[in-house]
Design a protein around this ligand. Sequence first.
Ligand SMILES: [Zn+2]
Length: 589
Amino acid sequence: MSYYPTNAGFHYPSPNLPAGVDLFGSVVQKAHARGIRVVGRYDFSKTSKAVFDAHPEWFFRQANGEPVLYNGLYVVCINGDYYRKQAMKILTEGLEKYEVDGLFFNAFGNQSRDYSGREFGLCHCDSCQRKFRALYHREIPEKPDDDYRRFMFVSSREVAASIGELIHSKRPKAGYFNYIQESTDGIMSESNTAVERPLPLWPYSASDNVNRARNSEPGKMAVNLNMQFVDFWWRFATVPRQEIALRMWENVANGGALTFEVNGTLDLQDRQALETAKPIFRWIAANEQYYAREETAAKVLLLGASSKTGHTYSQNSYRGLFRLLSEEHVPFAVSDNMDWLGKRKFDLVIASDWAPRELEQYVAAGGHVLIASPQAPEFPVASVVRTSKDVKGYFRVRDHAQLPSLKDTDLLMTNGPFTEVKTDGKPLVTLVPPSLIGPPELVHVDMKDTDTPGLVMMKHGAGEVAWFPWDLAGLYYRESLPAHAALFKDVMDRLNPHRQLLTDAHPLVQMTWMKQNGRQLLHLINMSGHSETGYFPPVPMSNIRVRLEGSFANAKSLRSPAHLPVKVTGGYTELTLPQLTDYELVVVN
Ligand SMILES: [Zn+2]
């Protein structure tokens, strides 16, 4: 529904507004008078019965031929002419009428479940059936398979491209935003909650979304929405104040936009989130020169995986790696693609399930790759004997001199898939297969060692690969065992002995190293207030020592304003941050 009078056809003003009122027009006028930009929001995924009655062929059809209704609105299909033709007319009217600074599209493409969580399957409208048959020479499946996912991906990107062309032709300066990466000017995402989402919470959500967006598509801005509400049922109840604050700092520490989401006006029924956001917005506004056009300075790359590659990955393993790097204070960039190859230099690339064949070229040219996954990489590292689905065993540390962080540990546990490989040379850790676990009198009486490697190190060309053929990172995500972290850290440091940043900061201090206009920006976020499902005020920390690679002449902290003395030794610049409250930005020149 429109928040302005419309003549576009099959578009209707909200019945909850007084007739003839141009709410959107007055918002644009009043905001622009105050130097505030306005991005309009459209959602073409559902519309009214009048449209359905006139053009039933534009709408989503379940397998049984029935349309899908939600609170009186009919669900539209991405392959029908509502999206493909009528939406363009509606947008043309809006773009010609209003000087918008951008447009954003919600719920883009075909969903298969509604706001209440009801599943209604895949669309079987005539357009979908015709198009799917022509492309894949078969009928639409009952459940989404690879062909269908590709079909939906292409369908939504076709419409996304047409909308992009329209916006750019009508309002060349306006931005185009969507939750997809293709054809858009910015990459949108959300840090949100859902009451039935499995625990644990992911307190790195905003950093993850923004880091991934900025480094997968470096030419685009990342806008990660900070959703203040708890879940759809409770749009007026806010999440904890410190969760709002943490997301805000994470957004800007990774080079994204500062965001805060409210439904409706700022006249809220629960004002805690808004009152938390206000002083942060004011502080960033006062220091905004440091937050525009930041780029990562990280020299370590963590590979995600994207819908573009069609690869699905284990979220737990990816998040385990994310945590391991963050807790070790290793500055890292996340990319969902290999577009960086040959353009940006990284000292080390880290992968979980997705280790694409292009990495071979990177290694041959002197690159270093660390892979933690029972799934074999797409390029030869070691010959695979077999993959077992579930190994509840151990790995024995064979060489403590090479793995100094494991001085108090001889056995590390494993649980889950394991790939047995054949290699030459002596592995640093070897498999101890499952043995008797009970009763206590018989525990592990039959335990035996093998020569089966739990880690493969392979030199290739000028570079080197380390492969853990088991789910080290997924185990770390679940169990947080220091032994797994120690093994990861030692192998990472063997591959890439020269760390970019060294510090004695607490593991729950999240650090990012960004650069901007020739200066270095070190962001520190104090996450110590997070425990289980609670977000509390962070515990203040003091005298954090930091060594940054490079020779710099001066440094200052902005949140707790101070000039920080620097000392340059051995290729590093040393400084001490006297205090860290919730967040700090250290500017180094
Ligand atoms: Zn359809």
